[in-house]
Design a protein around this ligand. Structure first.
Ligand SMILES: C[S@@+](CC[C@H](N)C(=O)[O-])C[C@H]1O[C@@H](n2cnc3c(N)ncnc32)[C@H](O)[C@@H]1O
Length: 251
């Protein structure tokens, strides 16, 4: 992979090597500790969150949502590391939830003047909780939480004409929705761009989605990390055959 001499590919490999070795700078460890302290506070938060916006007559405690839906620390650290290695990250996250992954991303953006973080979430109560946490990490100019259902907020986002170079697609894990986001997002990229899809083996639908996405003609490289699927799009017109890699942390 390193022989490809591709900066994004190198950043992914070196982030994974760092995750495997656990060798971090002290500022990284402090950032991880702050994010995990936030997670701990969520696990003790029993506020009820209503899912009415999704047409569901249910509510769940923050603690339960935190246990079920937030990225585990290892994957959140991966997001932190690749964001930190990027000189000017313009990060889009689809799926804010309680802002756990977002906290890691914002921590990585702290030292970067040319950077931005936009994250999208349908549940208003979650947006409020995430916003309180984000504001503790960063000034509000650095991030935007776009609240609302994606059917409405994606068109709004695209009208802003912002291009992104790191994307974490962790919202609605349905086949049609994920493919639709991918196809639309392709025209809002700042190349080279790294797109990270969560839970590519979570369901048959997501397995199919990952197969379709990594075979897309615009893709230069794909990296199957079993939990996450990462693609790199590095040219407007990709004349070369894409290369596909498997990098599983347990090896
Ligand atoms: C898996 S969680 C995101 C976890 C977060 N990225 C993290 O790692 O901490 C997915 C989030 O997407 C939101 N979501 C799912 N479908 C949505 C939709 N159609 N419109 C808006 N938000 C949606 C859910 O409310 C949920 O909070």
């Amino acid at each position: 992979m390193l022989a490809e001499n591709d900066q994004c590919l190198n950043d992914i490999v070196s982030s994974l090597m760092q995750l495997k070795s656990g060798r971090y700078e002290s500022e990284d460890i402090l950032a991880f500790n702050r994010c995990e302290a936030y997670r701990k506070s969520l696990l003790n938060n029993h506020t009820l969150i209503s899912y009415e916006v999704f047409g569901q007559n249910k509510s769940m405690q923050v603690s339960e949502i935190c246990r079920q839906a937030t990225s585990k620390s290892i994957w959140a650290q991966f997001l932190y590391l690749i964001t930190k290695k990027n000189q000017s990250p313009y990060f889009l996250e689809v799926g804010t939830n309680l802002g756990v992954s977002g906290s890691y991303i914002l921590e990585a953006l702290k030292s970067k003047s040319d950077s931005n973080f936009i994250t999208m979430e349908g549940l208003s109560q979650l947006c409020q909780i995430a916003n309180e946490q984000f504001f503790k990490i960063s000034s509000s100019q650095k991030y935007t939480i776009i609240e609302g259902l994606y059917a409405t907020t994606f068109p709004e986002l695209f009208r802003k004409k912002i291009n992104f170079n790191i994307l974490f697609i962790d919202g609605n894990h349905r086949k049609d929705a994920t493919l639709k986001y991918f196809n639309n997002l392709k025209s809002h990229l700042k190349l080279p761009a790294v797109l990270i899809f969560d839970d590519i083996n979570w369901s048959d639908e997501m397995k199919q989605v990952w197969k379709i996405i990594k075979s897309d003609s615009d893709v230069s490289y794909s990296i199957d990390m079993f939990k996450l699927g990462v693609i790199i799009i590095n040219k407007k017109t990709n004349k070369f055959k894409a290369k596909h890699y498997y990098l599983h942390l347990a090896y």
